[in-house]
Design a protein around this ligand. Structure first.
Ligand SMILES: O=C(O)CCC(=O)C(=O)O
Length: 284
């Protein structure tokens, strides 16, 4: 068992938990430094953009570079055998392929977002709150973004660009998904209305190598970075082979499925396959 009883309970109650991924300092420093070099920051200590989304140059199996994290992810989703082995191609300004078994240097580097304005606590107004997953129609049981991961590749302190989460958003997102049994297109998800219902906002901070494992219904947003140092993180999606099984009568539910049922407050009957829509293709 990779996760303690307390960690599992936290995921069940709050929809997120934090672990140390076990990534080595050498690997984090070398991939992060090379990425900063590629965008010119290495020599000038400046970047024209306040925040950038990078495609990958390096990648490696999670089980090899961060075995503790791999074990924890498998435990949350109900076992390695449930994780998609196919590689998905997507159109994106960020990563263009999703391989749930690897981590890469497809970083989001927040250099100085909002640094020219006074720092603001996480709150509903003025942030780009969203749920990830631009490449599929969203249902309660969608498999394509089964977890939201926030993985820090350098230390992230208060006001240093740590991702904001709306910790009480999953139940409101669950409600919205239940209201739409035909699914919600990624471009039409009404995040502005949902975020107005939220009150529990948090700033994720941590050390290099810390991993937040977060329920996919969690609304989150980039924050301002006033630290004067780039914040390097990645958010690699976890895709499952099959949709979540949201039936409380089952005795073999994963932690993710139990948590999802808690947010939904009711079972969910899967839609007909014809209702699902995928804006990705199989690469391999
Ligand atoms: O920059 C961050 O902290 C979050 C980025 C994010 O949520 C995204 O790109 O989907």
């Amino acid at each position: 068992m990779a996760l303690s009883i307390e960690q599992k309970e936290q995921f069940l109650q709050e929809g997120f938990l934090k672990i140390s991924s076990g990534l080595s300092a050498e690997l984090m420093q070398s991939w992060a430094a090379a990425a900063l070099e590629r965008v010119g920051y290495g020599t000038t200590q400046q970047c024209a953009e306040p925040i950038i989304w990078m495609n990958h140059h390096h990648q490696a199996p999670i089980a090899e570079i961060a075995p503790a994290a791999w074990e924890a992810l498998c435990e949350v989703v109900g076992g390695e055998e449930r994780i998609e082995t196919k590689i998905l191609g997507i159109e994106s300004r960020h990563f263009t392929q999703i391989n749930s078994w690897i981590w890469s240097d497809a970083f989001i580097v927040n250099f100085s977002l909002g640094a020219d304005q006074p720092w603001r606590q996480p709150q509903a107004e003025g942030f780009n709150w969203h749920k990830d997953g631009s490449y599929f129609r969203h249902f309660c049981d969608s498999r394509e973004q089964a977890l939201l991961l926030v993985l820090f590749w350098n230390d992230v302190e208060h006001q240093g660009g740590g991702t904001f989460i709306a910790a009480d958003s999953p139940k409101h997102v669950a409600q919205k998904l239940l209201e739409h049994p035909d699914g919600i297109e990624p471009k039409t998800f009404d995040f502005p209305t949902i975020i107005q219902k939220c009150h529990d906002f948090r700033e994720l901070v941590g050390k290099a190598g810390d991993l937040y494992i977060i329920h996919p219904y969690m609304l989150h947003a980039s924050s301002a970075n006033h630290s004067g140092r780039p914040r390097v993180m990645s958010n690699p999606p976890v895709v499952l082979k099959e949709p979540l099984r949201l039936d409380r009568k089952r005795t073999d539910l994963s932690l993710l499925e139990e948590t999802t049922l808690r947010f939904l407050g009711t079972d969910f009957t899967p839609p007909p396959e014809s209702a699902r829509a995928a804006y990705w293709w199989e690469v391999a």
